[in-house]
Design a binder for this molecule. Sequence first.
Ligand SMILES: Nc1ncnc2c1ncn2[C@@H]1O[C@H](COP(=O)(O)OP(=O)(O)OP(=O)(O)O)[C@@H](O)[C@H]1O
Ligand SMILES: Nc1nc2c(c(=O)[nH]1)N[C@H]1C(S)=C(S)[C@@H](COP(=O)(O)O)O[C@H]1N2
Length: 170
Amino acid sequence: MVKIGIVTISDRASAGIYEDKSGKEIEKFLRENITNDFEITYKLIPDEFEEIVKTLKDLVNQKCSLIITTGGTGPAKRDVTPEATREVIEKELPGFGELMRMHSLKYVPTSILARGIAGVVKNSFILNLPGSPKAIKENLEAVWPAIPYAIDLIEGDYIESPSSFRPKKK
Ligand SMILES: Nc1ncnc2c1ncn2[C@@H]1O[C@H](COP(=O)(O)OP(=O)(O)OP(=O)(O)O)[C@@H](O)[C@H]1O
Ligand SMILES: Nc1nc2c(c(=O)[nH]1)N[C@H]1C(S)=C(S)[C@@H](COP(=O)(O)O)O[C@H]1N2
């Protein structure tokens, strides 16, 4: 079974001030784009560096092949998701952040403020998305096609997804 972690990082959603719509948007996207069975571990935490690091490490140790975070990627004082992610990953994959920002400019000029990164550690691929619910699909539609193959390369679970791309083996 494919294991996936969804981590919503939001002071206000984690305090119950508003409902976490962004985590639900990630789940919706995955259900629409993955055709084999998968199970989701969901976490809702505040913008606290140590808590983010611990949550990501726990999901890596639980062998989640894909871990998607939402929130805490901007320039505000409490936005520390990229820093916490960098603390956990072994290799950064800069193309994902570059493409997400380039693609998001079509939707909103302030997408230049997002600092989300992607990277790999052990058999896990970690991706940061912005916090706004509408940003989820806008970013995932750009980078999703390369994610299942990236997970193949780190020997994670095999994700079946007609909307993804795998280079043909020679
Ligand atoms: N998980 C979420 N669910 C629903 N709406 C969200 C979520 N995260 C962010 N938003 C919305 O997107 C807007 C911009 O996101 P941003 O990450 O700046 O929120 P924020 O103000 O930093 O949230 P917080 O204080 O909870 O960390 C927020 O004002 C909020 O309306
Ligand atoms: N596609 C897309 N990207 C987006 C947005 C959006 O609405 N759509 N919001 C932007 C805004 S306003 C901010 S501040 C940054 C960082 O958001 P975060 O701090 O919630 O992670 O993401 C940006 N990227």
